[in-house]
Design a protein around this ligand. Structure first.
Ligand SMILES: *Cc1c(COP(=O)(O)O)cnc(C)c1O
Length: 394
């Protein structure tokens, strides 16, 4: 029995079976490379499910965490933490004037955004929040209610009231859905779990206009698209608009659990003392990590690399599309890339794993390829050649 098999045996006995797991047991990693417990190495083109956006164990992040762990890991939120203050300032400087609430995950960041919206609308009798079909906002009871996919809701009814789902990129559907009870609209600028569906410029601008006119809070869930992966620090910056509220998590901490809800000035004081809290939220340990992520992006010019490598990888995938008739479309923004293969993606993803390449599959037929922002041409050439080999055999 291999070392990995022994771990899998323990999982089968002691860990709740809530995930479909691939038979891989990583032990260490760096950048786009990951080694399993049996000693085999893999090229990771979906590091940490978009958490390790600047690559696994980035040295700046690893050192910041190690240093902070020996100094002060946690401060309760009834005191002040210098690192939380500095991180809040940094996020505001990179986005828009406002204030931050710190949480520990994407779902929690979205919960904060939704509670902010509910509180804002409460005295006017407004509480409805419009979200999109094929969206994904997390797995708390509130966020499965917000998410526009039946598969996450099934079996957990009754759900939280007040969410309406409409088709994405359909401004008429939005206009129709808005009513006197609507307080907010929440969506991802790119639906990643939904299969890499990209908001159009028109949709974003029209939505922004409508929200301003009707005093509706525009919430963008940038949990997966934030922190540089699109070539801009935040995806909304590609559209020339500013949301009212933005949520972040995944790669914000470079590997440690952190979430953030960013509210612009008009909404920054809606949540007052006693209305919302998180015990772990914004601890010195995770804030030190997130500050190091911002530092790494700047120091190593990772936004530029993301843009360049995004174009390079997309071109290569377009090449595969020409070669294999079954591939329907390649959709990409920076290093957020989806390849609609038109056949079962799970088989392809599993064969890539066998060949030493980690990717992901969303919505059954869409390969999700999101290498770290530090990725090189050499990595890309290797990954595409593995994928090419796998595709040639289907
Ligand atoms: C992953 C994700 C979430 C949920 O984040 P968790 O940290 O798993 O709670 C929410 N929204 C989007 C867009 C995501 O990609």
């Amino acid at each position: 029995m291999s070392k990995a098999d022994k771990v899998i045996q323990l999982y089968n006995k002691y860990v709740m079976n809530t995930y479909k797991r691939a038979p891989l047991c990583p032990e260490k990693a760096r950048g786009a490379k990951i080694w399993d417990i049996n000693g085999r190495s893999y090229l990771d083109f979906f590091p940490g499910w978009a958490v390790s956006g600047i690559g696994h164990c980035h040295p700046l992040v690893a050192n910041a965490v190690a240093k902070q762990a020996n100094k002060l890991m946690h401060v309760s939120n009834n005191y002040y933490s210098q690192l939380q203050a500095r991180l809040a300032k940094k996020i505001v400087e990179e986005s828009f004037p406002g204030k931050i609430f710190f949480a520990n995950s994407g779902a929690e960041a979205n919960e904060a955004a939704v509670k902010l919206a509910r509180k804002y609308g409460h005295d006017k009798g407004k509480y409805e929040i419009i979200t999109m079909t094929k969206s994904f906002h997390g797995r708390t009871l509130g966020m499965i209610s917000a998410t526009g996919q039946d598969k996450v809701k099934k079996g957990f009814e009754p759900l939280v009231e007040g969410f309406t789902h409409i088709p994405f990129n359909d401004i008429e559907a939005l206009k129709e859905a808005v009513n006197e009870k609507t307080v907010a609209i929440m969506f991802e600028p790119i639906q990643c779990e939904g299969g890499i569906n990209i908001a159009t410029k028109e949709y974003m601008r029209e939505t922004r206009k409508l929200c301003a006119e009707l005093d509706i809070i525009m919430i963008l869930d940038e949990v997966q698209t934030g922190m540089g992966r699109t070539g801009k620090m935040f995806c909304y910056q590609l559209y020339g608009i500013t949301p009212d509220v933005m949520t972040l998590a995944k790669s914000l901490g470079g590997g440690v659990p952190i979430g953030a809800c960013v509210a612009r000035e008009k909404f920054q004081d809606v949540l007052a003392p006693g209305t919302h809290a998180s015990t772990f939220g914004g601890s010195p340990l995770v804030c030190a990590a997130a500050l190091a992520v911002f530092e790494a992006i700047k120091k190593e010019k990772l936004l530029q690399n993301t843009k360049r490598m995004g174009v390079y990888l997309t071109k290569k995938l377009e090449g595969l599309k020409k070669k294999y008739h079954f591939i329907k479309e390649v959709r990409s923004v920076g290093l957020v890339i989806g390849m609609e293969v038109g056949i079962r993606g799970e088989d392809i993803y599993k064969k890539c794993l066998d060949e030493g390449l980690l990717i992901n599959c969303a919505q059954d037929t869409i390969l999700r390829i999101m290498p770290p922002m530090t990725v090189t041409k050499t990595d890309i050439d290797k990954a595409v050649s593995i994928l090419d080999g796998v595709l040639s055999k289907v």
